[in-house]
Design a protein around this ligand. Structure first.
Ligand code: CP
Length: 312
């Protein structure tokens, strides 16, 4: 087990060994979550601040609960009622939070690179909870954790990521994590949202849905990130659904043991229909459950705890 980092800023810079350290540590914390008493004192006396400057349901609540399970004090920063609205800079806001003895600042921001920016001048740990279209490292960690738990391995699996790849931080972090762990990654969606240059990240780009889904062991669906698109990238939602939506008919062409994943929030009836989202191949809610264990592992590791301490 190897971990010597104060921050978790991205997946790109992690080694395969570091990735596996997070996954193994998370497995120990998942077991803790199944006990009658779900809290451990690993972060007792530490202060965690959720600095979310973009909306979130899963990531923010999961980090909050993870910090509480580790017995940390946790504060949720509300951007809408903060002094950011009065013109305070992100740098000054973060330095003021650190001045209140924050040990970890977890940041979600619409600007790519915002967590890396904070890490340059803060002494406390910085954890990236999603920065623009750049990375969403804990989402990728919980995704590969779920694949490994369900399939017993990641290496050699065929994983198709389908949807709006271009504007997706989830896609980028997943590509890095899956490639480092030895999966074969296919990207599928409209050519405007899945440009050929993603092949430089070691992926196959395939615009033919039937071909992209045929041999997949895992299908990870992404929503259209309207909030980041500055122009229309395809004719309309109906067109997208008919060309790329995963429904009962398309499910019939998939392997019987395929895993259907989605980071959420899902747009039912667009990238995935209700039957598929709630069907027996879907692990969407298990991803959410695993997110808690993964985020406990990340908070535990960035504060310098012994990676070998949490055994399964
Ligand atoms: N998957 C994800 O990041 O969801 P939230 O935006 O709700 O945090």
């Amino acid at each position: 087990m190897t971990w010597n980092r104060r921050h978790l800023l991205d997946i790109e810079s992690l080694s395969t060994e570091e990735l596996l350290t997070v996954l193994d540590t998370a497995r120990g914390f998942k077991a803790v979550g199944n006990r009658a008493i779900k809290t451990v004192p690993a972060l007792r006396g530490k202060t965690v601040i959720n600095l979310f400057v973009e909306p979130s349901t899963r990531t923010r609540i999961s980090f909050e609960l993870a910090a509480q399970r580790l017995t940390a004090d946790v504060i949720n920063f509300n951007a809408d009622t903060s002094s950011l609205k009065k013109g305070e800079t992100l740098r000054d806001t973060a330095r003021n939070l650190e001045a209140m003895n924050a040990d970890i600042i977890i940041i979600r921001h619409s600007a790519a690179g915002a967590p890396h920016f904070l890490a340059r001048f803060l002494q406390c740990s910085v954890v990236n909870a999603g920065d623009g279209a750049h990375e969403h490292p804990t989402q990728a960690l919980l995704d590969v954790f779920t694949i490994r738990e369900k399939k017993g391995r990641v290496e050699g699996l065929k994983v198709t990521v389908m949807g709006d790849i271009l504007f997706s931080r989830v896609a980028r972090s997943n590509i890095w994590a899956l490639r480092k762990l030895g999966a074969q990654v296919t990207l599928c969606g409209p050519p405007t949202l899945v440009p050929r240059w993603f092949e430089q990240m070691g992926c196959r780009v395939c615009w033919d849905v039937t071909e992209a889904l045929r041999d997949a062991d895992v299908v990870n669906l992404l929503r259209i990130q309207h909030e980041r698109q500055r122009q229309s990238m395809f004719p309309g939602v109906g067109e997208y659904r008919s060309q790329f939506g995963l429904d009962r008919a398309r499910m019939e062409g998939l392997k019987p043991d395929v895993l259907i994943m989605h980071p959420g929030p899902i747009n039912r009836g667009v990238e995935i229909d209700a039957d598929t989202a709630d069907g027996d191949r879907s692990v969407i809610l298990e991803q959410v459950t695993n997110g808690l264990a993964v985020r406990m592992a990340v908070l535990y590791l960035v504060t310098g705890n012994d990676p070998g301490f949490v055994r399964n």
